[in-house]
Design a protein around this ligand. Sequence first.
Ligand SMILES: *Cc1c(COP(=O)(O)O)cnc(C)c1O
Length: 376
Amino acid sequence: MDSQKSFDPTALQRLPLRDALRGQSPYGAPQIEVPYALNTNENTHPVPPAVVDAIGKATLQAATTLNRYPDREFTELREQLAQYLGHGLSREHLWAANGSNEILQQILQAFGGPGRSVLSFPPTYSMYPLLALGTETAYVSGVRAEDFTLSPESAAQQVRETRPNLVLLCSPNNPTGTALGLDVVKAVYEVASEINALVVVDEAYAEFALEGTASALSLLPSRPLLIVTRTMSKAFALAGARLGYLAAAPEITDALRLVRLPYHLSATTQATALAALAHREALLENVEAIRTQRDRIVADLTEMGLKPHTSDSNFVFFGWLEDARAVWQSLLDRGVLVRDVGIAHHLRVTAGTEEETSAFLKALRDIVTHTDELPL
Ligand SMILES: *Cc1c(COP(=O)(O)O)cnc(C)c1O
């Protein structure tokens, strides 16, 4: 199924749609049936049977009370998430929603909106401009260096010049894969706090980071305008459960209580997330295997003459291909779906299981050595 195909923009013309949404397209990573789907950075390892069992039992239990609204404050879940994160955090610092996308939307609903702006640094997560659009927050595109890196000086200078209400940093960055140094977050925060702007660090891929890469969670004490968002969609292999969360000062979570829908986290969602957290060792076992495949992709692409970027995540962004679109199609013809993120000469691939990674590497080697689509 391709979600784009069910969207017909002409049918919207007659509707009294908000002006800001006219002519816009929804988020639409292709959902195509292929042997090797390596395009949306999911964790391709299935949930281990013991965890499936625990989730089944927990949701069965939750089903017995579905006549009642769930715990609106998801107290136990916030407690367990705080324990998982460590860094001296407790449940008042934690907030959760149906995916970190909903977390980001709530942040923009509470702190963005008409007449306000959010600064981010493309190429970055494609949902940011869409979330800004939906909340009528002006999206300001900052710039990165030619190699897609962002220095503390440049980032701070751009905050000073554009004076946004929020700064959205993605670390490790999607689609480039590289984490920001904490020096960048600190430099951005310093300028942002002078103008009372929030700094959000989206750490969706934090668990996959390279040795020595630090989390912005360590910067939370004494920084009341800093928010770190996380998700169970990637390392925890729970994209289908929809559970994202954040850590921040308690007053930030209070602000989000003003915009969240009542009982937004269903009883089954809470039960699923709690069961997963109770079995986090088994779930996170695959993170190490995925990092190994990620590093293998980087090594093999380098050997093929391609240029993979440093990856702190479960995917690899690589150049330089003469015609990235043609390579994307040739890979698809061989049953491997990767992501064309619209950046010339580059593609992004998710590190899957060992077998999936082998299939991708074999197909790409085949294309690079047997066709005209050579690396630049
Ligand atoms: C995948 C991803 C998310 C996760 O979104 P969920 O709504 O939690 O599934 C968030 N941010 C980035 C940058 C991502 O790539």
